[in-house]
Ligand binder design. Structure first.
Ligand code: GSH
Length: 221
């Protein structure tokens, strides 16, 4: 039996969704974030990095969202949710499985850090923190977001889903950075195809079932 070590409001929501799409039975072990927003130490007993998602499947322990999604598609997919090897779709699939965490998420994490930095400073330093944060957002991050969102919008103009005409695990992987973008770089909602992608995934029955099982899912600004 698969166990998903599920941290509230986190990337592990994607794994619940994948399992719901595949209709594979699983258990959920829940973890709450510390007041610092870090994962609790208990997760380090499952995997040395102590991050979520992690799954266990029998004797196997697996971390890293993209690797978990690939493992689930390969092991339980029966050909579903991943394009056949050697096809153009498979190349897009692989690209977006990596791009989501390798290129897009670091920018969204930086945004979160700069947004929250002023709150963490002593009262008298807050104006300085706010100025640094505003400067970094404007000169460093906003141009990056404009570039990435235009790129993603262009990709979705060529194909209905990230890999091709069929929904795949690459769409599940891309959902988290795009949901985080909707919270932290709301200009993303002005991109018609990205916005339609978000609306479309929210309507999927498996997405809704995963939300019911995973609990509230609200990403920080
Ligand atoms: N690239 C990893 C990132 C894992 C990660 O940073 N997870 C976050 C949850 S969204 C986490 O565990 N944060 C708590 C912490 O860093 O203590 C993946 O996609 O699985």
């Amino acid at each position: 039996m698969i166990t998903v070590h599920h941290l509230e409001n986190s990337r592990s929501q994607r794994i619940l969704w994948m399992l719901e799409e595949l209709e594979v039975p699983y258990d959920i072990k829940r973890y709450e974030r510390e007041p610092t927003m870090q994962a609790p130490a208990a997760l380090r007993a499952v995997h040395p990095l102590g991050k979520s998602p992690v799954i266990t499947d029998g004797e196997r322990t697996l971390a890293e969202s993209g690797a978990i999604l690939e493992y689930l598609a390969d092991t339980y997919g029966k050909g579903r949710l991943k394009p056949a090897p050697g096809t153009p779709e498979r190349i897009h699939y692989s690209y977006f499985l990596h791009y989501a965490e390798g290129s897009l998420m670091p920018l969204l994490l930086l945004r979160l850090i700069f947004n929250r930095m002023p709150d963490r400073l002593p009262f008298l330093l807050k104006p300085v923190g706010r100025a640094i944060s505003a400067g970094a957002n404007k000169t460093l991050l906003d141009p990056q977001f404009a570039n990435h969102f235009a790129f993603i919008e262009g990709e979705l103009a060529k194909r209905e889903w990230f890999a091709g005409a069929e929904f795949s695990a690459a769409d599940i992987q891309m959902s988290f950075p795009l949901e985080a973008a909707a919270a932290r770089a709301p200009v993303v909602r002005q991109m018609p195809r990205i916005s339609a992608f978000l609306d479309r995934i929210h309507l999927r029955p498996a997405y809704k079932r995963a939300l019911e099982k995973g609990g509230p899912f609200e990403l920080m600004k």
